[in-house]
Design a protein around this ligand. Structure first.
Ligand code: S3P
Length: 166
């Protein structure tokens, strides 16, 4: 797969942020994190944005960050868990770069999530599992799926770099 931009998508706890940093280093590309960009721009954390403005507002912020990054090449973009489930963001992303779905079994994803209250949609386990199942069909439209359940971040990076022919 020849590409000059990679998007990492997948559920909370899949390792998008850490894989993005390590992949960026490996490819000598920049790294962008949609959640971080939103928090910087809004000067408040995601929890406050959800509480004060609601989810639709947050999804619109994600879309506008994806659009702001469209001209950028040589970049690995870590999306938030819901970014690629939003139809308009998904469409933009699929047209713009190589899309890698970082996946793991639901129990593994749960285990990896800190119970620090920073993720508004990670409060209830049953609701999270429903959300994960609802999002599967969106995640499946990624160009490559990698199981991050076993092996290190470096192993995941190796697989993506091989696929990119890098
Ligand atoms: C969300 C995932 C979070 C963050 C927000 C909403 C989701 O990102 O964007 O809390 O809808 O799954 P991570 O996947 O980086 O935790």
């Amino acid at each position: 797969m020849k590409a000059d931009k990679v998007y990492l998508v997948g559920f909370m706890g899949a390792g998008k942020t850490s894989v993005a940093r390590a992949l960026g280093r490996r490819l000598d590309w920049k790294t962008e994190d949609i959640d971080e960009r939103i928090e910087r721009r809004e000067r408040r954390d995601i929890r406050s944005i959800f509480r004060q403005e609601g989810e639709p507002y947050f999804r619109a912020l994600e879309r506008s960050e994806i659009i702001a990054l469209l001209p950028e090449r040589g970049v690995v973009v870590a999306t938030g868990g819901g970014t690629f489930a939003d139809p308009s963001s998904r469409e933009l992303i699929l047209r713009d770069g190589a899309v890698v779905w970082l996946d793991a079994s639901f129990p593994t994803l749960l285990e990896r999530l800190p119970v620090d209250g920073r993720r508004p949609l990670a409060a209830d386990r049953l609701e999270m599992e429903q959300l994960y199942n609802q999002r599967l069909s969106a995640y499946r439209s990624a160009h490559l799926r990698i199981d991050t359940g076993r092996g290190s971040v470096e192993h995941v990076v190796d697989q993506i770099a091989d696929w990119l022919g890098a």
